[in-house]
Design a protein around this ligand. Structure first.
Ligand SMILES: [Cu+2]
Length: 249
């Protein structure tokens, strides 16, 4: 009995020691706040919480090994940031773009890299110094146009890791795969004439470049799907491809 009590006391003391040890905080890092990166949009609530994962609470913590080309740092809790099918807001820009990093901890910095696809369009040396907060960089987008995803990468000087942000751009008002402006074809909710709740109307066969309201249903490939998040559809966003947007009924 006495032994067990002693053991329990020791066990209780352990967590206190863990908390006292000042480990580099798990939530103290950085992200691109302007233009709003995917992480920033999650934190601001532009994209609904349940689609965003941990980015909603810690936009600054998409951390992973250096050298990746993704939005999450291959960090599972931030995987929704890699989903191009979510309704990310797109920033219109010319060839010159200014980006602002917000830091919650100013880590000694190796450098910053900016990529479109495999092309590095921007580089800023860090000289292993602590950055000021916030820090703004102006980069040139290397002749790219249309709808592009920019990887913004903050390479830390004294760890193997980097922090990742993705910014969705429409450069030079270019065509590319830019989604059409959301025309107000938003179908009004069904008028409930009786007291029974009528299900959302069947929206017919799924089609690209169509505005779908949350709750509307479509058929595709012989199956019926319900829209989870209002969006304008694009080729490639067929319901079986984008689970975040369509749920099979
Ligand atoms: Cu940090």
């Amino acid at each position: 009995m006495k032994l067990m009590r002693k053991a329990a006391l020791v066990m209780a003391a352990v967590p206190a020691i863990v908390f006292i040890t000042p480990v580099g905080s798990a939530s103290a890092h950085g992200y691109v706040s302007s233009p709003a990166s995917r992480s920033a949009q999650c934190a601001r609530g532009d994209v609904s919480v349940d689609l965003c994962g941990q980015a909603k609470y810690e936009p600054q913590s998409a951390e992973g090994p250096k050298g990746l080309k993704n939005c999450s740092g291959a960090n599972g809790a931030f995987a929704p940031l890699d989903n191009d099918g979510l309704p990310w807001k797109v920033t219109n820009t010319g060839q010159t773009l200014s980006l602002t990093w917000t830091f919650t901890a100013r880590h000694a910095t190796r450098d910053y890299e900016y990529f479109i696809g495999g092309t590095r369009v921007g580089y800023v040396a860090g000289n292993n110094q602590q950055p000021t907060n916030p820090t703004t960089h102006t980069i040139n987008l290397g002749g790219f146009s249309g709808r592009q995803k920019l990887y913004a990468i903050w390479n830390i000087g004294d760890t193997v890791n980097a922090f990742y942000s993705c910014i969705d751009l429409n450069i030079n008002g270019g065509g590319g795969t830019t989604p059409p402006p959301t025309t107000t074809t938003t179908t009004p909710p069904p008028t409930t004439t009786s007291s029974t709740t009528t299900p959302p109307p069947a929206g017919g066969t799924w089609a690209a470049n169509t505005s779908y309201a949350t709750g509307s249903t479509v058929t595709y490939g012989g199956s019926t799907y319900r829209c989870r998040q209002a969006h304008t559809s694009l080729t490639g966003w067929e319901p079986p491809n984008v689970a975040a947007l369509w749920e099979k009924v």
